[in-house]
Design a protein around this ligand. Structure first.
Ligand SMILES: [Zn+2]
Length: 82
């Protein structure tokens, strides 16, 4: 038999997550009540402040890079020459 998560809804304790055990990640869901709620973030994602901002910056930079390496270098040159 599959273990269920069993996490309580933070605002509605009568509602319990009936997803199979998912390590408390992602989201909780009660199929019976038709409710989905956010699960506690992973400890690594919960870091606030500097590290969180750094992570954001990294992901933003990654998004910026979608034009490929050559385009990124080009953009970097343009920014420097201003
Ligand atoms: Zn759950």
């Amino acid at each position: 038999m599959t273990e269920l998560c069993g996490a309580f809804h933070p605002e509605r304790p009568a509602i319990v997550c009936d997803r199979p055990e998912h390590g408390g990640t992602g989201f909780h869901r009660s199929r019976a009540d038709g409710v989905v709620w956010e699960a506690a973030a992973l400890p690594s994602a919960r870091r606030a402040g500097r590290q969180g901002l750094a992570a954001l910056a990294v992901s933003a930079r990654r998004a910026h890079r979608t034009g490929g390496a050559a385009a990124a270098v080009e953009r970097w040159r343009e920014e420097r020459s201003r």
